[in-house]
Design a protein around this ligand. Structure first.
Ligand code: WTA
Length: 635
C-alpha cells in the first residue's frame, strides 16, 4: 500500500515513523508507484553531509516534463492544466489544457533548440506572470537546458549579476509587463543589463503590452513568429536523476546572491508528494498559489508539484489591489478555487482594508488555505481563518526555503490539528533538530534553538552554482553533519514547531529574503556615504521593514537630508530593486563596533525596534559613546 496520500493523523504518524526508520524504502516506494521513469535507479540514496554530496535515485533516467505533461494526455488531455488570470479582469482568462500545454511546450522547446540551446546550457527567464513564463520553464526542462528564472521586479544590475554568474547564453523576456494600473518596461531593463553581459547571444521577446521597444539586430527575436513556425512535437531529452534542472538565486547574508542548484529526480518526487499532501489535492480541484514563478514557491507549487499531479493550477498576472482590494476574492469566486496559497504580507495588507471586499464574494469553494514565506502573526492567522476560511478551512503554515526545494514543516490538512503561528509537524522523511549555540542537539519538548535537518530529503539543493565551497560553508559547517537552515525555531509540548525567524543577517521583508550586505554595498556606492548598516524592524504589513544607519562623508554633511534619503533609496533600487528600499534612514556620526571592528547589529536592531531598556553591556565596545547619540536621534 502506497503512502502517497495521507488522510488522517494516525496515518501521518505511521507514515512518518516508517519514513524515518527506513527513508530509502519509503521514498523508493513513492518514486516507483507515482512517476514515469525511462530507466530505474540503481541506488536510492547516497549521501555525505561532510563533503557535502547528496544523490537520490542514481542511475535513473527520466524527463520531468513527461511526468508533468505527457503522461496526463491519455487521462486528462482536455483538463485545464494552467488557468491564466490576466492583470485586467476585463481581459478573458485563458484555460490551457494538458494537450495544449504539451503542444506549446514542445514548440517552445524546438525554438530553444533552433536557437542553439542544448542540454546543460543556462537560460535566464525574466518574464511577468504570463503563460510563457511557465511554458519556457518547462521547455527548458524538456530539452535539458538549465533554467534560471529571475524575478521580474529585479533591477538591471541584479539581473546582470545573475545572468553573468550562471553564464547564460539566452535571456527570455517580454516587451513589458502589467502591474495593476502601471506598465513596466521589462525589455528596457534587459537592454541595460545586457550591456554588461557579453555571453548572451540571443534574447527571445514575448509580446505582452504592445509597447515600442528596441530590438537589437542579430540578438533580439520576437518569440511568436518563431513559435508559429515551430514543429509541435519535441522528443524529450533523457536526463539522469542528478542532472541539473534549474538554478534559482537567493540572497545570502553576505556577498553575491547564491545560485541554488536543484536536480531532476529528487526534486520531482518531493515537490509532487508534498503538493498532494500539504494541499490534499483532489482531481477536480482548482488550486491557486499567488506567488510569482520568480521565487521557489512558484517553481515548486505553481509549476512542477501541481502539474506532476495532473492538477489545475492558476497563474495570476496581477496584484491584490487592482482594480480593488477584492481582486483575490473575485478570482476565488470566479474560478471556484479550492486551495488558496499566499504570503502573510498579503494577508496583512488585505486585512487592513474594508471587510466588504471579502464578504461580497462567494468563497464557499475554498477547502484549504496556505501561507508561506515568513512567520504569520496571530492576528493575521485569525483574520485569514475567520473571514476567508470561515473557520472551515484548515490553514497550512508551510515552512521551507529556496534551498529545501519543497515544504519541510507543515500541517497536513484534515489530519494535523492546526495551531496559530505554528508550522506544526515535519513532513514524512524530514528529521528536524534544534541545536544550542555550542553545537549540541537539544532534545525533548518545550525548547528552542537553531533549526537543522539531520538527514537528506529528495529535493535538497545539491550545490551553489559555481561555488560548492560556499555551499558547504553556508549550510554544513555551523553544525557538522547537519543541514543548517539559518532559522530559529521552538518546539512546543506536543512537538509542534514554530519558526521564530532568521538568526543570520538575512531580513525577510514582505516575504522576500534580503541580505544586509548587498544593500549596504549599494548604499556605500553613494558618493556622500562613508559607511552604513541595515537592520530590520517590525512593520505591520511587510512583517519587517528596513532601517538604515548611515555615516556621511564630510562632503555629504552639508547636503539636504531628505534629498540624500531619496538618492540612497534610488541607489538601492538601481542595484537590487524597489523591494529593498529603506523605510527609515538615520544619519549617524558612527556605528557601534566591537574591538575587532565588527558592527554590533544586535544593538542597532534593538534601537530600531525601540527595545532600548535591555541593550546589554555596551562598555566593551570600541566606541560606546556613539550608542547614546544614536538613541537620542532615533526615527
Ligand atoms: C522564512 C520561501 C516562518 C524562513 C519558501 C526561511 C518562514 C525563509 C516560513 C526562506 C513560514 C518561509 N514560517 N518563516 N511558514 N516560510 N519562512 O528561500 O526564514 O524565499 O528560511 O523560501 O523564509 O525563504 P525563501
Amino acid at each position: 500500500m502506497s503512502n502517497y496520500h495521507i488522510k488522517h493523523l494516525e496515518e501521518y504518524y505511521q507514515v512518518y515513523r516508517k519514513s524515518v526508520r527506513n527513508p530509502e524504502s519509503f521514498w523508493e516506494e513513492i518514486a516507483e508507484e507515482h512517476f514515469m521513469w525511462r530507466k530505474r535507479w540503481d541506488n536510492v540514496l547516497d549521501w555525505d553531509f561532510s563533503k557535502p554530496e547528496i544523490k537520490w535515485f542514481e542511475g535513473a533516467q527520466l524527463n520531468i516534463t513527461e511526468n508533468c505533461i505527457d503522461r496526463h494526455l491519455y487521462t486528462r488531455g482536455d483538463k485545464t492544466a494552467i488557468l491564466f488570470e490576466p492583470n485586467d479582469p476585463k481581459e478573458e482568462a485563458e484555460h490551457i489544457t494538458y494537450r495544449q500545454l504539451h503542444e506549446r511546450v514542445s514548440k517552445f522547446a524546438n525554438v530553444l533548440k533552433e536557437n542553439g540551446i542544448k542540454k546543460g546550457d543556462r537560460v535566464c527567464i525574466y518574464l511577468p506572470m504570463i503563460p510563457e513564463l511557465a511554458i519556457s520553464v518547462l521547455a527548458c526542462a524538456r530539452i535539458g537546458a538549465i533554467h534560471s528564472v529571475i524575478f521580474a521586479g529585479f533591477s538591471a544590475t541584479a539581473l546582470a549579476t545573475r545572468v553573468n554568474d550562471c553564464k547564460a547564453k539566452m535571456v527570455i523576456t517580454s516587451d513589458g509587463s502589467y502591474r495593476g494600473a502601471k506598465t513596466i518596461d521589462l525589455k528596457g531593463i534587459v537592454d541595460e543589463a545586457l550591456e554588461q553581459c557579453p555571453g548572451v547571444q540571443t534574447v527571445l521577446v514575448a509580446k505582452r503590452i504592445n509597447s515600442k521597444i528596441n530590438m537589437k539586430a542579430g540578438r533580439d527575436k520576437w518569440l511568436q513568429p518563431l513559435l508559429d513556425d515551430a514543429y509541435a512535437d519535441c522528443v524529450p531529452e533523457i536526463m539522469d536523476a542528478e542532472d541539473p534542472l534549474f538554478i534559482l538565486y537567493t540572497s545570502g547574508s553576505t556577498g553575491r546572491p547564491k545560485g541554488m542548484l536543484h536536480t531532476t529526480a529528487g526534486y520531482m518526487v518531493y515537490t509532487a508528494y508534498t503538493f498532494k499532501n500539504v494541499f490534499q489535492y483532489k482531481e477536480d480541484d482548482v488550486y491557486w498559489c499567488t506567488a510569482d514563478i520568480g521565487w521557489i514557491t512558484g517553481h515548486s507549487y505553481i509549476v512542477y508539484g501541481p502539474l506532476a499531479n495532473g492538477a489545475t493550477t492558476v497563474m495570476f498576472e496581477g496584484v491584490p489591489s487592482f482594480p480593488d482590494y477584492g481582486r483575490f476574492w473575485d478570482i476565488v469566486e470566479k474560478h471556484k478555487v479550492t486551495q488558496f496559497y499566499t504570503a502573510p504580507t498579503a494577508i496583512r495588507a488585505l486585512a487592513k482594508e474594508n471587510l466588504d471586499y471579502v464578504t461580497e464574494h462567494d468563497l464557499s469553494s475554498l477547502k484549504v488555505l496556505g501561507t508561506v514565506g515568513e512567520p504569520i502573526n496571530e492576528e493575521a492567522w485569525h483574520w485569514y481563518n475567520d473571514h476567508v476560511g470561515k473557520k472551515k478551512c484548515p490553514i497550512v503554515d508551510t515552512w521551507w526555503q529556496t534551498e529545501t526545494g519543497g515544504v519541510l514543516i507543515s500541517p497536513i490538512p484534515f489530519a494535523t490539528p492546526t495551531k496559530p503561528t505554528y508550522a506544526t509537524l515535519p513532513m514524512p522523511g524530514i528529521q528536524p533538530a534544534l541545536m544550542d549555540e555550542n553545537g549540541k542537539e537539544i532534545k525533548g519538548n518545550q525548547v528552542d534553538g537553531r533549526l537543522c535537518i539531520k538527514f537528506p530529503w529528495p529535493s535538497i539543493a545539491r550545490s551553489i552554482w559555481g561555488n560548492h565551497e560556499r555551499y558547504k560553508e553556508t549550510y554544513f559547517s555551523a553544525f557538522p553533519g547537519k543541514y543548517f537552515t539559518g532559522d530559529g525555531a521552538l518546539r512546543d509540548e506536543v512537538g509542534y514547531y514554530r519558526i521564530t525567524g532568521r538568526v543570520d543577517d538575512v531580513i525577510i521583508v514582505s516575504g522576500h529574503n534580503l541580505g544586509t550586505a548587498p544593500i549596504e554595498d549599494a548604499i556605500n556606492e553613494h558618493p556622500a556615504v562613508a559607511e552604513s548598516a541595515i537592520v530590520g524592524f517590525p512593520h505591520d504589513i511587510k512583517g519587517n521593514a528596513l532601517y538604515g544607519y548611515v555615516i556621511l562623508k564630510e562632503t555629504g554633511e552639508s547636503r539636504d537630508r531628505d534629498n540624500l534619503r531619496k538618492e540612497i533609496n534610488q541607489m538601492i533600487t538601481e542595484h537590487i530593486g524597489p523591494i529593498a528600499k529603506l523605510n527609515k534612514i538615520q544619519f549617524v556620526p558612527g556605528l557601534p563596533k566591537t574591538r575587532s571592528g565588527k558592527i554590533m547589529r544586535r544593538i542597532l536592531r534593538k534601537i530600531a525596534c525601540n527595545e532600548t531598556d535591555n541593550l546589554g553591556d555596551t562598555s566593551t565596545l570600541l566606541n560606546p559613546e556613539v550608542v547614546k547619540e544614536i538613541m537620542d536621534n532615533v526615527l
